[in-house]
Design a protein around this ligand. Structure first.
Ligand SMILES: NC(=O)C1=CN([C@@H]2O[C@H](COP(=O)(O)OP(=O)(O)OC[C@H]3O[C@@H](n4cnc5c(N)ncnc54)[C@H](OP(=O)(O)O)[C@@H]3O)[C@@H](O)[C@H]2O)[C@@H](O)CC1
Ligand SMILES: Nc1ncnc2c1ncn2[C@@H]1O[C@H](COP(=O)(O)OP(=O)(O)O)[C@@H](O)[C@H]1O
Ligand SMILES: [Mg+2]
Length: 272
């Protein structure tokens, strides 16, 4: 399997056009975070903001609202139980699943969001959203999809047990799933029109919230650079490349630190 190369990533992340405004760089809605997993919503939303998305809104449980406002004043915050259909229509990219849970409330949020998304929008399907779809609790929406399962979520979605997940079996299963599939692991594989492996990442990333962070980076990249294989590849590469830099001097690469490093890392990439 080919690996993602730096040239591809540098081609994706270009200097920002001067004649622009916030709407130029993508509207992202993150639907995430139940009462227990507010951190997942904070990480995904922060990654979208620090990854350069122009306008970011998070729909989450009201218990998470004060923390979000305090930590991330750039983001708008709404109750995920309110009617989101008008808000959804305004978005370029929707992230759904980080820390959503799999109870009846999560199911109803997921189903209502999927019912409102448009075929021209990109939906990043992560975490609990994947688990619920695999359990046939929600139908796959007609949209530009990006799936981000970890190995157990991929087992649930594809039916391939972790021990049997190889580039070949993964590619075959991914071909039956609409959109781009990011099978996360020690060496993440990305299946779209092309199949590639991410050369970066380490055990320093094995900490809760790493995947939640990736969803926000992917959303920011698609919002700015469009829905393409190479854009998703660039997001996956950037996530692990920042963690690899941190891991040179740190035992653990905390997701919050990866997020904080995004603006500088992207500047360097864009100048290459
Ligand atoms: N701060 C927050 O708010 C945070 C919120 N979070 C949110 O929590 C929700 C639940 O997320 P989840 O991933 O922990 O749960 P689930 O899908 O049941 O998978 C776990 C099971 O799968 C197994 N497993 C095997 N291989 C694996 C692999 N490669 N990667 C991972 N797991 C693997 C694993 O086996 P074990 O660990 O026992 O070896 C275990 O049996 C989700 O919505 C997420 O967004 C988290 O992000 C943390 C920070
Ligand atoms: N040992 C490892 N080596 C490289 N990358 C890893 C390792 N462990 C985890 N990761 C990366 O961290 C992320 C974990 O995603 P996920 O399990 O969904 O996290 P969470 O749901 O806790 O946010 C993925 O991007 C994965 O590739
Ligand atoms: Mg996850």
């Amino acid at each position: 399997m080919e690996t993602i190369n730096l040239t591809t990533v540098q081609t994706v992340v270009r200097p920002r056009p001067q004649q622009s405004h916030k709407g130029t760089f993508g509207r992202v809605l993150v639907v995430a975070g139940n009462q227990q997993y507010g951190g997942a919503a904070i990480l995904s939303t922060s990654a979208a903001v620090y990854g350069g998305a122009g306008l970011v809104t998070v729909a989450t449980d009201p218990i998470n609202h004060p923390a979000l406002h305090a930590r991330l004043p750039e983001a708008m915050v709404v109750d995920y139980q309110s009617d989101l259909s008008a808000l959804i229509q305004q978005q370029d990219v929707i992230v759904i699943g980080p820390g959503l849970g799999t109870d009846d409330l999560a199911k109803s949020v997921l189903q209502r969001v999927f019912a409102a998304v448009l075929p021209t929008q990109t939906v990043v399907v992560d975490g609990a959203a994947i688990t619920l779809i695999a359990a046939k609790q929600a139908q796959v929406p007609k949209a530009q999809l990006i799936w981000t399962p970890h190995q157990m979520e991929w087992q649930r979605l594809s039916g391939i047990v972790i021990a049997d997940q190889t580039p070949e079996t993964n590619a075959k299963a991914a071909a039956t799933i609409p959109g781009i599939v990011v099978v996360k692991s020690h060496r993440t594989q990305i299946f779209g029109q092309t199949a590639v492996e991410n050369p970066g990442g380490s055990a320093a990333m094995a900490t809760g919230g790493s995947g939640d962070t990736l969803t926000g980076i992917i959303a920011a990249f698609v919002g700015q650079f469009g829905y393409h294989d190479q854009v998703v590849q660039a997001a996956v590469y950037t996530h692990s490349a920042i963690a690899d830099e941190l891991a040179q001097s740190q035992y653990v690469a905390l997701p919050s630190q990866v997020i904080a490093a995004l603006p500088k890392f992207l500047k360097t990439l864009s100048q290459a």
